[in-house]
Design a protein. Structure first.
Length: 228
């Protein structure tokens, strides 16, 4: 059972999380006694009367701060988007996560496909969570998609394997080490694709994968072979 971690952030502290979120984590102030590293936690983030619930693992505790690795970076970013919108003074109406999800559930399959190709960031992130996983490959064709979103999809444990394979064959995307690391660690990435990507990782990351227990056994074994 994950431990509870309650975090209160002010406006500047929340906006300061942008850089950490790009790497799939957060660095938050410790309130009281922080859980030790490698502890699974359910995190409640409170900002100006709004809150979001995230699942994460504590990776380090130092100088009154807790480093978190988010289990589902795409989902966490989507949950935090209303908080970012609030502190930036953006309007809600159908832009709030709940209303956006409701609007998408009322769409036909063709409307969702069109939105995947033309929608903005919030709409793309919402479509990734849709039950129709075929939308993932269409979202990747959206001309406005960013490297951060690609990395989030690469790390998404419920991603369409065909979408992950598409990411792995894109020369520009696999130049980004964070995207490659996310693909290799995702059990939904086809094994032959993940093993091939090991050649793009630095030795330090191969050592981590060789010892890791949260990656597919075939990947850990292949990493050990490359280090031998």
């Amino acid at each position: 059972m994950p431990k509870r971690l309650h975090v209160r952030l002010d406006r500047e502290q929340l906006l300061g999380q942008e850089a950490h979120l790009e790497h799939g984590g957060m660095l938050v102030p410790a309130a009281g006694e922080a859980p030790p590293p490698m502890t699974d936690v359910s995190v409640r983030i409170d900002v100006e009367g709004s809150s979001a619930e995230l699942d994460a693992r504590v990776v380090h505790v130092a100088d009154g701060q807790v480093g978190l690795a988010l289990y589902d970076a795409a989902d966490a970013r989507q949950r935090l988007d209303p908080l970012f919108a609030r502190v930036r003074g953006e309007t809600g109406d159908e832009r709030t996560t709940g209303n956006l999800r409701l609007r998408i559930t009322r769409m036909s399959s063709l409307e969702k496909q069109d939105l995947a190709l033309t929608g903005d960031r919030l709409e793309r992130m919402a479509l990734i969570k849709d039950s129709n996983k075929a939308l993932h490959t269409l979202v990747l064709k959206n001309r406005k998609i960013t490297a951060e979103e690609v990395r989030m999809l690469a790390a998404f444990r419920n991603a369409n394997p065909q979408a992950l394979q598409k990411i792995a064959t894109n020369r520009d995307w696999v130049r980004d080490g964070r995207i490659v690391t996310a693909l290799v660690g995702n059990p939904k990435t086809p094994p032959q694709v993940a093993v091939r990507l090991l050649d793009r990782l630095p030795t330090a990351e191969l050592r981590r994968l060789a010892r890791a227990t949260d990656v597919p056994p075939a990947i850990a074994k292949a990493a050990r072979r490359k280090l031998a």
